[in-house]
Design a binder for this molecule. Sequence first.
Ligand code: HEM
Length: 348
Amino acid sequence: MPLPSVPRTRTTVLAPRLAALLRDHLGQDVFRLEPDTVGVAGPDVADRILAARRATETERPTFKPLHGRSISRAEASSVTRTIGHDVRAALAGPLPEDVDLSGSWPLTGHLFLRDLVLGGDPYRLRMLMSRNLELTPKLTWSVIAVGAALPGWPRPGGHLTGLAGRAARAVGYQDRRYAMGVYRRAAAPVCFTVSTLVANALWLGFPFEKDMPNRHIIHESLRLLPPSWNILRNASPEYPAVDGRIGEGDDVLVLPLLSHRDPALWDDAESFRPERWESLDPDTAPGYLPFGHSSERCWGRHMVLPLAELLLDLVRRSGLVVDPDRRTAKVPLLGLLGVEDVPLTRPR
Ligand code: HEM
């Protein structure tokens, strides 16, 4: 189902299942999706579901167990701090000169971020940021298995990022495999997700008004195309008490995709209007959950926002434009919600 987006000449084509969700459930608060799954999009119910208990380790998006090995909260926190430090170091350093951001997005933005943040890391770690590995987790594990077994494991020190330094301290095949998995888990949302978010913003809103702050553009892009478009909570005794339509055996899928477009919550909900964020607070706007719920909001958002702002800024200053001949873009049904191919070109 094509959805209109601004500028009006561009059409965003959502994957059929995403389009069906919007068509069938927009404006509903609690609804059955499958015999054992209930969808939730009403802001009050979503709020109570997400506050009812903490996410379990298998529900946590970034630090789920790796090949059956749990990642403790302490380790997750330490890894997040490490990559946060690497991101700040990259942002503080000189930016690469004459960087060419033309080409297909999000791929181009992804490669830029990979080189900016992880550029000095050994190839066997950096290659974990190949977009081809997104296609199948099996392929990722094969690459990890080979990488952990090859001689010449990186040594701590030198020009490694903090994240690679952690991996370098791993000893033995099993620990090296695990370390590579953690490296990928932490670096992927920085490179894959941030470039997806910026590609979405370019598609939805380019050209932007000259004085429009990047932060507003990013919040608005996260509203219409939230990369994390659903938040899963497995069946739990707390949930039927929150709403009688949720059964004891029902998993719950909280759907920012829907609450972010609910006309009862947003003026002109389908339009890309970054100026709305002049008077809205992204931390408290009802139903706005691009980084999850306030009780355990994304730990990475403080690095995501400056990186996305930097990328947008570079594009806005580059003179590049979204190819005016590109009229439609597909949003496939993948883990991350994002437009597939946004071509940035020199103006003709
Ligand atoms: C645009 C980029 C990102 C988006 C849209 C995003 C989105 C989210 C969302 C929606 C949640 C809540 C999930 C839930 O409640 O089940 C979450 C949690 C979390 N995110 Fe992010 N995230 C991003 C980047 C990052 C980065 C760069 C990191 C760190 C490397 C990170 C680490 C986490 C952690 C640690 C949690 C807490 C849940 C957990 O314990 O795993 N995120 N994120």
